[in-house]
Design a protein around this ligand. Structure first.
Ligand SMILES: Nc1ncnc2c1ncn2[C@@H]1O[C@H](COP(=O)(O)OP(=O)(O)OP(=O)(O)O)[C@@H](O)[C@H]1O
Length: 587
């Protein structure tokens, strides 16, 4: 229990003080909750006096009324103080943690973001942190507060009547032991529940994101089954956890019932033996009901306490996001020469690129070609440090890319991916993403360069038209050109371009090529090329096969060699995806 509170406080970071304040205010409020015992004592003494023939003094009513008013006012004030600090503290730490996760994600290698992680990350920033926001302080108040409340009354009982005090504290000690068993049950079953929750998020995300493909291939039923299975697992995990908890909670409650019964029997026994007065006996009986009231709730809170613990574990894992910036500094490269030296890389155990050496001087263009799966995307990703190399080195301006922070490195790159992603925002903002401080005129100017302006003007609200998530309301060619406009606006010295494989109609194709020419004008260019027209003009062509460079040179040189390049051109190979018409390049 203490470990859980320590973890919670550590996790709450800047909000630690607020949470402690909330907890202390709660403890003070529980003191005000206890003082009605004194009012009861006063009234009981008065009633007994009356019963024994005396007159109950009038002051009895006023004293007990005074005590009750102090108790009510004190409770209102401190419960409020506690609730305020708790609400502010827990929501503030929730948002701080979300920002922190966001910051770490920015510096994580691209390889970190695989399908499973997507579910984990989404679950962490939504449900897991949401649960923590709601439950962390409630747990502290109810569990720790409940026990402290009972200990305080127990000590008071020890002073008032030590034998009864001893019984009540013994009951409390037994309850603590049962509570620690509940903790063990939780540690055993709660992680499965959390994993099931993340699995459910992943399954639903996948289902919704892939809806187009699912429907197109009539797989709705099969994919739906994955979601059903995740729901079933989540249900099972919850049932297993709750069943285990309910048994332990019942045992926990029984301990208090037994302790109460012991007091109920022992107090009258002491009265009968003449060792306590009737009012003392009555008060002890009343106290036996009050002492465990708060701590009993702690038992039903234990499943929440375990969930909080499992949430902390899950967030600790997410917080362990590897960072690419560990030793990076904000650097400005002296030039934009790119060198790859004896570099090898694999996503896991299996190596994908082997001993690659390559030099792209500033201002030159380098086309990377090769069959599917050869490692082209991986190679350009490594140059922009989406991952770190396993062996060898990649330098920009003579310095290892690992010496830069990812921010200062990526500033030098404008990257156009083949799979364009547009945000659910206006056309203007989607372009502005390239440089947030760009003026409207600059945006129109780059849109013109990227051959987007004309079609944007035909949209219902021009530049202010909202595009659907992923750019769903635009054609492939239009999305591509918007992403090029975004890259032109960034005006970075190095352009990484993954040329689209999909063929578009000739008019669109021409515009696309024009946009690419604008983007690459005067830049250092690295491109994954699929069209012979682009490859032909490149200063340097790298032919990759199975993760190795098998040929390098310009078009003329490579056509003279009897190798993969010429075979591909000759065979009009579809493997590379070049579209050739009558032996001539198209596009
Ligand atoms: N994120 C990843 N995790 C694990 N393996 C990967 C990942 N991305 C690519 N690979 C593997 O690395 C190898 C090279 O892939 P890469 O995408 O770089 O090839 P490519 O030449 O760009 O292919 P394509 O032309 O089809 O895009 C392939 O075997 C691929 O399966």
């Amino acid at each position: 229990m203490i470990r859980l509170f320590q973890r919670l406080l550590l996790f709450s970071g800047l909000q630690k003080k607020r949470l402690i304040r909330s907890f202390l205010a709660y403890l003070v409020s529980s003191f005000f909750e206890m003082i009605p015992i004194m009012a009861i004592l006063t009234v009981l003494t008065g009633i007994l006096k009356q019963l024994s023939g005396d007159v109950m003094p009038e002051s009895t009513i006023w004293i007990s009324l005074g005590i009750m008013i102090v108790s009510i006012v004190g409770r209102i004030v401190f419960v409020n103080l506690s609730a305020n600090a708790r609400t502010l503290g827990s929501f503030a730490f929730g948002s701080e943690k979300r920002m922190e996760i966001g910051e770490r994600l920015k510096r994580a290698p691209m390889g970190y973001f695989n399908e499973n992680r997507l579910g984990d990350i989404t679950a962490a920033v939504t449900t897991t942190l949401g649960d923590l926001e709601q439950q962390s302080v409630t747990i502290m108040e109810n569990v720790a507060g409940g026990f402290i409340h009972a200990i305080v009354i127990g000590i008071w009982l020890m002073i008032y009547e030590w034998r009864i005090g001893l019984i009540s504290l013994a009951g409390l000690a037994a309850a603590l032991i049962v509570y620690s068993f509940i903790g063990k049950v939780g540690r055993k079953y709660a992680p499965r529940r959390q994993a099931a929750q993340a699995g459910l998020v992943t399954a639903v995300l996948e289902y919704v994101q892939g809806m187009g493909v699912v429907k197109a291939f009539g797989l709705a039923e099969r994919t739906g089954k994955a979601v059903d299975a995740a729901i079933e697992e989540s249900k099972e995990a919850n049932i297993v956890l709750e069943k285990a908890f309910s048994k332990m909670t019942a045992l926990y409650q029984t301990v208090f019932k037994l302790a109460r019964a012991a007091i109920l029997v022992f107090a009258p026994y002491l009265l009968a033996g003449g060792s306590i007065t009737p009012e003392k006996c009555l008060l002890l009986l009343v106290s036996s009901f009050m002492i465990y009231a708060a701590v009993e709730v702690a038992g039903s809170m234990s499943s929440i306490a375990r969930a909080v613990e499992a949430s902390l574990d899950r967030l600790d894992n997410i917080m362990d996001i590897p960072s690419l910036d560990e030793n990076g500094a904000d650097l400005v490269p002296e030039n934009f020469n790119i060198e790859v030296k004896n570099m090898s890389f694999g996503y896991g155990e299996k190596e994908v690129l082997h001993q690659i050496s390559l030099s792209v001087p500033q201002g030159s263009s380098c086309a990377i070609v090769g069959p599917s799966g050869a490692g082209k995307t991986t190679l350009v990703g490594l140059i922009a440090r989406f991952w770190d190399v396993k062996e060898g080195q990649i330098t920009l301006g003579g310095r290892d890319v690992r010496e830069y922070t990812s921010g200062s490195l990526l500033k030098n790159f404008a990257i156009v991916f083949q799979n364009v992603y547009l945000f659910e925002d206006t056309v203007e903002n989607n372009i502005r993403f390239g440089r947030p401080d760009a003026s409207e005129d600059e945006i129109i100017a780059v849109a013109k360069k990227a051959c987007c302006h004309d079609f944007i003007m035909t949209l219902p609200d021009g530049y202010q038209t909202k595009i659907g998530e992923g750019g769903s309301s635009l054609s492939g060619g239009e999305k591509q050109r918007i992403s090029i406009a975004r890259a032109i606006l960034k005006d970075a010295p190095i352009v990484i371009l993954d040329e689209a494989t999909a063929s578009v109609d000739p008019e669109n194709e021409q515009e696309l090529q024009k946009a690419i020419r604008e983007l690459t004008k005067g830049k250092t260019i690295l491109m994954i090329a699929h069209r012979l027209s682009t490859v032909r003009t490149a200063d340097q062509i790298i032919v990759l096969e199975n993760g190795r460079i098998v040929q390098r040179g310009n078009h003329k040189e490579l056509m003279r060699e009897d190798g993969l390049y010429r075979r591909f051109v000759g065979m009009r190979s579809q493997a590379i995806g070049w579209t050739l018409k009558g032996g001539k390049a198209h596009g």
